[in-house]
Design a protein around this ligand. Sequence first.
Ligand SMILES: Cc1cc2nc3c(=O)[nH]c(=O)nc-3n(C[C@H](O)[C@H](O)[C@H](O)COP(=O)(O)O)c2cc1C
Length: 336
Amino acid sequence: MDLSTEYMGLVLRNPLVASASPLSYTVDGVRRLADAGVGAIVLFSLFEEQLRKEAALTARLVDQTSESFPEALDYLPAVAMEDAGLRRYLNLLERAAGTVEVPVIASLNGVTPEGWTDHARAMQEAGAAAIELNIYYLPGDPHTSGRDVEQRHIEILQRVKSAVTVPVAVKLSPYFSSIGEVALRLDEAGADALVLFNRLLQPDIDPEQLAVSSAVALSSTADGRLPRTWIALLRGRVRAALAATGGVEDPTDVAKHLLAGADVVMTASALLRRGPEYAGTLLDGLSTWMERKGFATVGELRGMLSVPAGADETEYARTGYVSALRAANARAQGPW
Ligand SMILES: Cc1cc2nc3c(=O)[nH]c(=O)nc-3n(C[C@H](O)[C@H](O)[C@H](O)COP(=O)(O)O)c2cc1C
């Protein structure tokens, strides 16, 4: 069984990628993911905002200390404070990339234009095989126009592309009026891959504590449907590679994303729930399914169930919707 594949020009031993999560917080965590068999690893995101908060906190602490020990400032100059978090991330990246055989992709969530470009450049220098832009942007100001949000994505991509030579992927949120057009624009602006979709933190309310809670929920199989729908529509319509992220719980979910047209299938929740070694189970299951269906390579099945070239996409989406409703109705009425 040949599971080898290509993603943004990177040659991977298989299409299963560990997506950004706390499992890559340490070199040991990265090694466990690689040992479990994944084709590539995306490190957790470097958040520029977090670096700034940490630096501000340290500055305040040093300020308080320096009232009694003025020399404390000499030990912790401002620049060093700002860079400490960044250096931690780059150090991990460098060691991870030097330890495992599979490509290590760095993930970046910037705030300022320089934050995006400087950090991306530093990631490349530290050994990132590629950079994934985690453009986690929730336009909280209700006056922000949709076009502005889209333009922001394009500009970030263009800036980073001009700063690095390694491939650049864009991890998108699903909250655009026309995801297809945004995907085409990013493709045109040079995205090497589109990662569909980011899950934005959706705060909840705890009625007992009368407080807002912000825990990140793990996904379930049903979460795979939205990325799969868009991957099936975009397959063959963009030059960029397509990565599915969301809803991989068992090997059939991996197969479904590939059939829709994903170049690679990412997984986080399943590995967090069951441990990194579960990647091996996903891969074994994929091979078994391929064998049963008579596929010898991933290339033979990839995109088999994507929206065919030349099809009227609008009609296709409508028809798909109508037939899904019909199937749901039939199920609701049941055989009784
Ligand atoms: C605990 C946790 C932490 C995550 N951290 C990041 C992150 O740092 N950067 C990022 O781009 N995505 C992050 N994600 C999102 C995942 O990479 C992934 O895209 C999402 O969970 C959907 O995939 P899944 O259904 O396989 O979990 C995180 C997800 C979880 C559950």
